[in-house]
Each structure stands twice: as C-alpha cells, then as structure tokens.
Design a protein around this ligand. Sequence first.
Ligand code: BGC
Length: 749
Amino acid sequence: MIKQLVLLLIACAPIQLVHAQMSRIDKRVDSVLKLMTLEEKVGQMNQYNGDWAATGPITQDGDKQNQIRKGMVGSMLNVTGVDHTRTLQQVAMQSRLKIPLLFGQDVIHGYRTTFPIPLAEAASWDITAIELSARIAAIEASAAGIHWTFAPMVDISRDPRWGRVMEGAGEDPYLGSIIAKARVNGFQGKGFGHTDAVMACVKHFAAYGAAVGGRDYNSVDMSMRTLYELYLPPFKAALDAGAATFMNSFNDLNGIPATGNTFLQRDLLKNKWKFTGFIVSDWGSVGEMINHGYATDNAHAAVLAANAGSDMDMESRSYIQHLARMVKGGKVKMSVIDDAVRRILKKKFEMGLFDDPFKFCNEAREKEQWNNPAHLLAARDMAKKSIVLLKNESPLGKGAGVSLLPINKQTKTIAVIGPFAKGVKDNLGFWSYDWADDTARIKTLWTGIQNKLSSGSKMIYAKGCGIADTSRAGFQEAIDAANNADIVIVSVGEARNMSGEAKSRSSIQLPGVQEELIKALMATGKPVVVLISAGRPLIFNWTADHVPAILYTWWLGTEAGNAIADVLFGDYNPSGKLPMSFPRTEGQIPIFYNYYNTGRPAKNENDQNYVSAYIDLPNSPKFPFGYGLSYTSFEYGQLQFNKTSLKGKEPLKVSVTVTNSGTYAGEEVVQLYSRDMVGSVVRPVKELKGFQKIFLQAGESKTISFVITTNDLRFYNNELKFDWEAGEFEIMIGGNSKDVKSAKVNWVK
Ligand code: BGC
C-alpha cells in the first residue's frame, strides 16, 4: 500500500510541478494586470504588421514605434531576424510597463529551409516526418527571433478550386487531426521556455475551407452536424495537443462572421473545450465585419469581436481606436478585456519573455541555424516522401512491357523539358520566403537529375513554354530535344502564386499550353514521364489517359530537384498517397470519398437510369483519396477478425496480410475504413479510421492489425450527441479508398 502511494506520488510529481508553475504564472499575470490602465490593456490586444513583408492589405502608419513606446501594441507580425526583433523589443522596453512584444509570422512550411507545402506533406502519411518538418521550421524561425507561427492551418476542404488547400492536410478529418497534432507538437517542441519552441496558432476557426464555390473569403453555410463531424475535429486535436493560440477566420458561418461569432469562440472553444490560450483575429477580419454587413463601423466591430471572444485584433485597428471608449460606454465589460489580456500575458510569461524579452535574440544561434545541412537532408527526405506516383506503365501500353519508371542511371540521353525543368522559385510554392541566395540554394529539377547521372549520360534542355503561356513558339525546340533523347521528362504545373491565399481558380486544368506541349512530345513516340508541380489537385485528363508515367510533385521546397531525382532514378521508391480526391472536371466539385449513398445510388460507373449520376461522366474521381502507386506492387489478403459479433466495449481486432508482390522493396500506407450500415442519421459510405505506413522487402509479407472500439464508431446524431449506435458495420482495408477488401461485423450494445 505504502509502496503504491509512493509510486503514485512520484507519478504525480511532474503534474504538481506544472500546476505550481502555472499558478505562479497566473499570479504574475495578475500582478501585471493590476498595474495596467485600460488603454494599456487594449494595447496588448492590438497587433500590427511590421514593415518587412505584407500578407494582407496594408495601412500606412509611420507611427508604429511611437505606439509601441506608449504601450499600445501587444504583438507584431512580419518582423523577422534577430536584428529587427531586437530593435522593436528595445522600443517596447521603453514603455511604462515594459511588457514584451510577441513576434508572429506565417511559418507554414519552413522558414530558412522550405519544406514541401503542407498538402504535399500530408500525402506522405508519414507523421514522424511531418512533425520533424514543423520542428525544424520552429528551430529556424525561433533562431530568427520569432515567437509564434500562424500554423498549423487545419481547414478541411473538399474543393480544389480553393487556393488555400495547399496549406492544409486535405479532405479527411481523421488524417487532418493526426497531422494537426503532429504539427503542433513539432512547433511547440519540448514546450515553452525552450528557446527553440514557437507557439502554434491553429487556424482558421472555423469552416473556412468550405467557402461557397471554392472562392476565397466566401460565405460558409453548413449544418451543425457537418461542422462537428468534418470541420472541427482537427481543431480539437490541435487543442488537445496543447496549441497555444487560435486564429479565427474571414468567412461567416451560417450568417455570423467567425470573428464576431460567440458560439465558435466563446461557447465552444473557450467554454466547452476549455481553451486557455488566446484567439487572434485574421488580418483585418474585425473591421471586415462592416463589409459583411454585420457591424455598422469599426467601433461596433470592436464591440462585436471582443464580446464574441477575439482577444487580439490583427491589423484592423478597431480595438486600438475604439475599444477603450466602448468599455467606458458600457458596451464591453471590463471582465472581457481582463480575460483577453490575461490570456495574452500568460503566453508571454510562458514563453519566458517577461524574464528575458531578448531571449530569442541570439545572433550566434541565428547564424548557426541559417545554413544547417541537417535541415536540408530532412527537407529532402520529406520531399521524396510527399511525391505521389499516379501512373507507371510501359510506353508500349498497359501490361505490354516493363514500366517506364524508375529510369536507368546509365541512360544515354535525357531530355528535360518544361517550365519547371530549370525553374527555381516555383519549387517553393506559396507561403515561402524569398532569400537573397535562393538561386544557389534551391535544387532545381535540372540539378537534381544532373547529380544522378554518370559522365556518359547527356541532358538536353528545352523550356517548351512558360507556365501560363499561350504561345507554342518553343514547341519545336522541345520536340527536337525529345527526338534526340532516349527518354523525355516533362515538368509542368502551377506557378507559385497560382494556389494559396486569394488564389482560387475556377478552372483547375494545367495552365496555358502545357498540356499541348505534352501532346506534342508524346507524338514523337519517345517514352515520356510527366511531373506535375502544383498547390492543389489539378485536372489533366489527356495526360492521365495517354502518358505512361506521371509523378505528382506538388511544390516540394528547397530540395525539390534532389527529391524528384531520387524518385525518378529509383533511389527512393515512391510511397505518397493523395490526401484529396482528384476530380475529372470542375463540374464534379465538391468531390470527396466520404459521401452519403443517397436513395438512388448508381450501381456502377455507367448507370444513369434514374440514379444519382451525371449523364456526361462517371461519379468517381480521376484519382481517389488515398491513392498512390509504388515501383512495386502490394497484394492484400482477406480480412481476419477476432470476432464478427461484438458486444459493447469489446474491441474488434482486424488483421490483413499484405504482401510485396513486386521486385522492389517499398512502403505502403495500409488504410482502414468503416461504414455504419444503418444509422439514426445517414452515414458516409466510408470513413478513414486508421492507417499504418509499412515497409516490405520484395516478396515479404506482413500481417497488419488494427483495433477498433466503439469510440471509433461514434458520430454526431441529430441532437448533436456524440455516440455510437448498434448494428452492422462494414470494415474495409486497402491501399486507397477505392480498392479495398471488406467484410461485415455486427455490434450490439
Ligand atoms: C491569412 C492568415 C495569415 C495572416 C497573417 C491572413 O491573410 O488568412 O492565414 O496568418 O494573413 O499573415
């Protein structure tokens, strides 16, 4: 008994320590709060953009330093580098209470070293690698004086027209939740107080990814059930992982702008979910409630946002200009202000900034992290894992001979064609930094391939066309290059500014004449490999139907060229799987794998007889969620269950034997889906419930098991109660969401 007690005490010790530390911080927060005037409190709730870069509409203001000195600014964004942050922090130290500034920044997929865009990383389904990518981003950013990243972006989206899909983890709430957690853990590292940990900011709360028509900033109208079931889980997962802050969103949700939305920010996030951090508005979103038609003017907007729970105003200046007056006029309670300021100060204490405001200003560290070769290696590793092999057939046709990829390193002549062949910055994608030495640092496709080849091999370059060109003037040169080569690699896609914030596209075909270039090269009869770089799922039906080998290479970052070459030449066997469905046409959007069956489901792709179908194309996507090939092949055995009739809390164990039936060692993402056959509300035909990324030698077999409990079967019913219902369940396992082995079990209460 005594021994147990001692063990219990030992086990509880760290928790007690954390509690003691927290209450010490709370006391210190209170002691600062007591000294503050109302104006100084509102100052803490005010965030300005620095002069380094702008990620939204700028308000010219030459007086910022003066306002910092007066204690009118709590945080700055877009100020980076030890030099700059130190200068402004020194100004803050001249203010009456010397409250340190927080420096926030969009460190979305790397800082000095650019990693693949988040959507690409999600395609790796490699959670350890994703966490490491965020960790490295935090190490580099914090070394440059940054305290806080506006990431992870965890918005689920079913609409590839929306440019911001590049920032998220795709369409699935389960995968999205696991990745959200990994990213928070990566950014926040061993915890605040460590100088290489930055605060995460989970965004955009909420439902921003469901903008009508995929047009950025547009309205969102959705049922509460959909909100809870699909759009909120990654936010909750990030919160549970300890995310320090949240950002609200530009959209209205069912008529109420998120920034002024009490239900989202106060009732749900702060009260029900017990979030203790603070919420920052999105850029200008407080003031934008006037445009929404929700606030009459900036003073009204400030009242609505503060009361709804937005603690910090990013750049709209509504708080700094009006909030104190609104408090004095009784429109906002002092307790609302105190609560917001307490949350903000608490984070500054936790970050250790009150103890040392210059804690993140260390030139030696900044210099050391500026060119860290280990980070480049990790970026290359992440990049090769993010690539998705969409097709790999023989140039003679399906099943006619050896698949085109991987390419033999002894190949005599390789034509490398297309606007991305020697492209530099486009490899980085949206939300990346422009450093002065980029041209030397970023690995282009050309250099990546060059590094692989022996001296006996020759490369021929032709651009063919620009990304968005309408001119075919460069085609002949490209055709000549192809005619003189043994193999043709064509790299096409979207420019870096074609997907991202405010980059919605109504047509998501390959831009310009790039697909025409591919057709012209195919007409040479040479074997053609197409690489597609993009920030979203694109439509490229002709290419998909005619070109023997296609790799989806997204925007892969600093090490793009090396990573692509690793895959092209077989030094890495591709293992990526799509985190979003790829549509056949824009007319299919929104398109997603976890749809409802409807009362008139089509029996097959050609069924159009009074069923839910299009008369001009199949319902299925061009490439389904979870899809991606390997240089080897995997075979799945039948599902084995520990039981097929279950009761209550009994776990279901399902196993499947996966065999590498090809000739290369490789990785496979084994995906588990389930379907609740009958519910009190209709349930999707499939829902991802688990996955494991496994490695198999050629010829090797492994039995993979998953455990499912009734926790995994829960859903939101019509009363928004989260529970499971007894009945029949279909359990499915496969290498993508379409090709699965399945069997049913019965589960009673
Ligand atoms: C974006 C946010 C971003 C902020 C600051 C806004 O326009 O929506 O995601 O964090 O700007 O750059």
